[in-house]
Write a protein that binds this ligand. Structure first.
Ligand SMILES: [Zn+2]
Length: 391
């Protein structure tokens, strides 16, 4: 029964209020976020220059009355907080306790299920009996017929009410786990932090793991300034309340912060660009504050915050006239040709000079032979002379 409900949840009927199967995207609480102000389900929207920043939005008021959204909660901080709570809750010993609790709930549920079956059976039986009594009344005995009809209707209403209550009860029942599920959950508990942070783990997998244990997460950022209040409804039926800072504005609580900073500095000093730094960090098992993978932008943000200058082949020093491979810097070429650095850049753009950059943003390394220098100087003489004569 509960498993059927579990399946039904995956059929994606947003209109029916089912959370829907985890979909792509970053927002961890997609489908299970509930507005703490009005109790409605929140949807996900993305903002930011590249649409990178997910948020949970309660747009009911806006859609129906044109009023501003009820609330928009940025996802990054909330997701990080929820991920932390989840990992804490799914430590192996905690899983054992949860499974034991689920087992107990399971047994209680089975007992209650039997009681419900009896109640429902009895109500149906009484309605059926009332119908038969009504059927046996002679048509001319209208007074009796009318009163028996009322009794019958009443019994039918009782049946209806009990079925409604039963439905409600079913919906409130915790997730029933099969033995396979239990084993999977136990195995997961052994290495969840690694699985969670692994680069091979997709956003959809994280959502699935989360939805395995959390039924819904209620969000309210209007209760406490600068914070998001959240209430987690676990599948065990238990609830817990938490408070998360609204913005991921520091890595100060990041346990490996110093290590992270050191590594970024190191890679940057070695001329590694932000995007590659991000890749290396991911490979080495570092995790960004949101519990997700590093992107070039994240590295850029951290570098800016920590005052680490952009990677250059010569570090932070000024460009020398010539690089170690004998190629010229823009400044070196300008001096050799007796032109401005801007002219050198124009020559590079026009193809009069050939050079290369390690990557965009890196200093130019310009190939310039003595012959070329002579030719270019001669060319400059020619182009300059008419100007001088004209003036
Ligand atoms: Zn709302």
């Amino acid at each position: 029964m509960a498993n059927q409900r579990h399946l039904a949840d995956n059929t994606n009927h947003p209109a029916a209020g089912h959370p829907g199967a985890p979909r792509k995207g970053l927002a961890l609480l997609q489908g299970i976020a509930v507005c703490g102000r009005c109790g409605r389900r929140m949807s996900v929207h993305y903002t930011g220059p590249n649409g990178d920043y997910p948020g949970y939005v309660c747009r009911t008021d806006r859609d129906q009355t044109g009023a501003p959204s009820c609330q928009v909660v940025r996802a990054l901080a909330v997701d990080a907080g929820v991920a932390q709570i989840l990992l804490e809750a799914l430590k192996p010993d905690q899983i054992a306790i949860a499974l034991a609790a689920l087992g107990q709930l399971d047994r209680e549920a089975k007992q209650l299920e039997r009681q419900w079956a009896l109640r429902r059976e009895r109500a149906r039986y009484e309605a059926e009996r009332a119908r038969r009594q009504y059927d046996t009344v002679e048509p001319e005995n209208r007074l009796v017929a009318r009163s028996l009809e009322r009794v019958w209707e009443e019994k039918l209403r009782v049946v209806e009410r009990i079925e409604q209550d039963y439905d409600l009860w079913c919906r409130e029942q915790p997730l029933v786990l099969g033995d396979d599920d239990r084993d999977a959950l136990r195995a997961l508990g052994q290495n969840l932090p690694q699985v969670w942070h692994a680069s091979s783990t997709k956003a959809a997998d994280r959502k699935r793991i989360l939805r395995f244990v959390m039924r819904e997460v209620i969000l309210d950022q209007t209760k406490l300034k600068g914070h998001v209040w959240l209430k987690i409804v676990w599948h065990t039926g238990a609830t817990s309340e938490h408070i998360v800072q609204r913005r991921v504005h520091t890595y100060n609580d990041y346990a490996d912060r110093d290590q992270l900073r050191q590594r970024i500095t190191q890679l940057n000093a070695a001329g590694t660009m932000d995007r590659e730094v991000a890749q290396v960090l991911n490979q080495e098992g570092f995790t960004a504050a949101c519990g997700c993978r590093f992107q070039g932008e994240t590295v850029w943000q951290l570098r800016t915050r920590w005052g680490i200058a952009p990677a250059k082949i010569n570090g932070i020093a000024a460009n020398p006239p010539r690089w170690s491979d004998e190629s010229f810097s823009v400044q070196g070429a300008a001096a050799a040709l007796r032109v401005t650095t801007q002219t050198v850049l124009t020559y590079l753009a026009d193809g009069l000079l050939t050079g290369r950059q390690l990557r965009k943003g890196q200093p130019w390394q310009i190939d310039l032979t003595d012959d070329q220098i002579r030719d270019l100087r001669a060319r400059l003489q020619r182009t300059r002379r008419p100007k001088k004569e004209a003036s």
